[in-house]
Design a protein around this ligand. Structure first.
Ligand code: LIP
Length: 267
């Protein structure tokens, strides 16, 4: 895969680093320790092990690039220009419960924008990658978003923003409106895989009212490079420094999805 701001050789090595670390998650009985960060947010020995392995290997490969990981932001130094942004296990609850639907998500961020991204599902051995201006790929093959132009042709996916219970009424009323407008809804509990499944046309719209940047940085680039659109719920560009609600789509139905969500907020 060719890349822009990141050297092509380094990009290839990074993909291998992510895959190697991610495979640990798919081993039977990999989860041995579970810690509750809150009633709805968990971290396991696998999250820590994957993060540490990737952090260490990236430090060897790109010693001058700061690193931020979901399970510790302590490594971050100056992130004003470039940095690595990692969710070692996106879909930790799925991993704990044996619902084989989790991913490693890594983005290289330059000037506040993702310019290289990898989302690796170790259970299916599917590796989604993208580089700005170059395209999006699944296991090296080019991918594109779907071409449905009406919501009533679309399969939508929703995240429930489980850590933001104050948003629950809004989340479920938006889900109901989207369900009424679309063919059907899915809820699978792994934001990065929802995004890359938009990128390869398995899904057409994805909405979650609150996420952290490491959940969407890589997936956002992969969707954009596959021809889709990713915005905040108000249509603005999602920040990679603060969390955001996310609407991702094949592009054709994006305005219709935003209008529906706006109509819901107005009620
Ligand atoms: C989780 C997501 C999940 C979303 C949660 C959470 P984690 O990430 O991918 O789909 O609903 O808000 O962010 O905590 O497993 O990395």
């Amino acid at each position: 895969m060719r890349t822009t701001g990141l050297d092509q050789r380094i990009a290839h090595e990074v993909i291998e680093i992510v895959k190697e670390a991610g495979r640990f998650a798919a081993r039977p009985f990999s989860v041995t320790d579970i810690h509750a960060k809150s009633r709805t947010d968990f971290v396991t020995n696998v999250d820590f092990a994957v993060q540490e392995q990737i952090r260490r290997r990236l430090a060897e490969l790109t010693p001058n690039v700061p690193f931020i990981g979901e399970e510790s932001t302590a490594y971050a130094a100056d992130v004003s220009r470039v940095f690595w942004l990692l969710d070692p296990i996106d879909g930790t609850t799925n991993l704990i419960r044996g619902l084989i639907h989790s991913a490693v998500s890594l983005a290289y961020v330059e000037e506040g924008r993702p310019i290289f991204g990898v989302v690796y599902d170790p259970f299916s051995d599917e590796c989604f990658t993208a580089a700005q201006g170059i395209g999006a790929f699944l296991n090296g093959e080019s991918i594109q978003t779907s071409s449905f132009a009406r919501l009533d042709e679309c399969l939508a996916s929703f995240g429930t923003a489980p850590g933001n219970r104050e948003l629950t009424p809004q989340v479920f009323s938006s889900m109901r409106m989207m369900y009424d407008a679309c063919v059907d809804l899915r809820h699978a509990g792994c934001a990065s895989l929802d995004l890359v499944w938009i990128a390869c046309g398995r899904l057409d719209v994805y909405v979650e009212h609150a996420l952290k940047p490491w959940d969407y940085a890589a997936g956002m680039l992969i969707v954009n490079e596959a021809g889709g659109t990713v915005t905040s719920l108000d249509g603005s560009s999602p920040s990679l420094f603060y969390g955001s609600g996310i609407v991702a789509s094949n592009g054709f139905v994006h305005d219709a999805a935003l209008a529906l969500l706006k109509e819901d907020c107005a009620q």
